[in-house]
Design a protein around this ligand. Structure first.
Ligand code: MLT
Length: 402
């Protein structure tokens, strides 16, 4: 018999969002009449913009002609898309060949682990997006799970709490995951905080994996949208980003990772070389239809304006949710530079609060503990929903005794 990868046995329960879905389905089986509103997973709900749809149709039609047809493309992505991303999101401070196009930020997060192997130490913000920890566990970078503190050995959990303004005491590790705007707390790191992070990584010879998937949701003018706005970051940071949330591409699938040629491993090998090797080996490029369409969208002022309108729509949801929960007496965080509101719960743990809200208000939220031990005592409300559902959810929350 084939031996099971022993790292899988270390994982705790199922991956967070399927587990939430399982509990929702179980509840619905017993209560088929319940009209469930999902403010749980950050999954976009509004239709693709007109420019995106038109560009997708154009790209698909092109594939139906001899001249327009294309098969496999470059694994790193189409050159005009790489160039356009460098221009639109980085003001050309990043070279086009440092942009690697992919099928999404989550997939790249997993593939990055393949590049680092199992001999590195990890540091994560606690709470954090569960893919960082779970993919590290699968790769064998961690030890066993400890029930007493709900942490894996060999992972440094850097607590992010209101007391430190959700910016942690930085701790030494080879790889430091850092997400801003943060999923799940909704906090954003200031320029000074990011300077501290980059300095720390330089001093300790760490590599930062900066998750900027929610960068477009930042509304305050002085908050950096990219780690590369910080001097020196190009020597120590990889940045992951995504079209999913700002363009409504959660089902379309397109993202990118920036790997500057100046980030190096201990032996002097540019990380860029190995990332190129990973992508050319296990990835065959993102869909050519999606890439072609997105080049058209990024070249269109209208396309970019529609993206901003979509972001504003979700951020208005976030404002409504946060204000309503504040009025109800909850202590809330986030929700102004990120589509997530992080809500303190008193007298219940976060899975209990999740169940209570599901059973009594028929609203799906995300329990904070699903993001790591530092999330205990919180639930996360996502702003990705139709407006009428957000308003209805608020009315239902008013009736709860939470
Ligand atoms: C979340 O809800 O935390 C994320 O949207 C899920 C994801 O992007 O994979």
């Amino acid at each position: 018999m084939v031996q099971r990868n022993k790292n899988f046995a270390k994982l705790q329960a199922g991956y967070l969002f399927p587990e939430i879905n399982r509990r929702k389905t179980e509840f619905l089986a017993k209560n088929p009449e319940a009209n469930i509103i999902s403010l749980g997973i950050g999954d976009t709900t509004e239709p693709l913009s007109k420019t995106v749809v038109k560009a997708l149709v154009n790209a698909a039609e092109g594939m139906g002609s001899l001249d327009g047809y294309s098969g496999y493309g470059a694994e790193q992505g189409m050159a005009p898309l790489r160039e356009k991303i460098a221009e639109v999101f980085y003001d050309n401070s990043i070279a086009a060949d440092e942009v690697f196009i992919s099928d999404g930020a989550k997939c790249d997060t997993g593939r990055l682990q393949m590049m680092f192997g199992n001999d590195v130490t990890l540091a994560v913000q606690d709470p954090s997006y569960p893919v960082y920890v779970d993919s590290g566990v699968i790769m064998g970078q961690t030890g066993e799970y400890n029930n007493d503190n709900q942490q894996f050995d060999n992972i440094v959990y850097m607590k992010c709490v209101p007391e430190n303004d959700f910016f942690p005491e930085l701790e030494k590790a080879d790889i430091i995951y850092f997400c801003s705007p943060n999923n799940p707390t909704g906090a954003v790191a200031t320029r000074e905080q990011l300077e501290k992070l980059v300095d720390f990584a330089k001093t300790n010879q760490s590599i930062i994996i900066f998750d900027a998937a929610y960068a477009e949701f930042i509304s305050e003018p002085d908050v950096p949208k990219s780690i590369y706005e910080i001097d020196g970051a190009k020597d120590v940071a990889i940045e992951i980003c995504s079209f999913s949330k700002p363009f409504g591409y959660t089902g379309v699938r397109l993202g990118w990772t920036i790997v500057p040629k100046t980030v190096q491993f201990e032996d002097g090998t540019p990380v860029h070389n190995d990332w190129n090797r990973v992508m050319t080996t296990v990835f065959n490029g993102a869909s050519n239809i999606i890439q072609k369409a997105t080049i058209e969208v990024l070249n269109s002022e209208q396309g970019l304006a529609e993206m901003k309108a979509l972001v504003s729509f979700y951020m208005e949801n976030a404002r409504i949710i946060k204000e309503a929960l504040d009025e109800l007496g909850f202590t809330t965080y986030g929700g102004t530079n990120a589509p997530y509101t992080w809500v303190k719960i008193e007298g219940k743990d976060s899975w209990e609060a999740f169940s209570y809200i599901l059973e009594n208000a028929h609203i799906v939220t995300t329990p904070g503990a699903g993001f790591g031990p530092g999330g205990e005592g919180y639930v996360r409300f996502s702003a990705f929903a139709h407006r009428e559902n957000v308003l209805e959810a608020i009315e239902r929350m008013k009736k709860l005794d939470l």
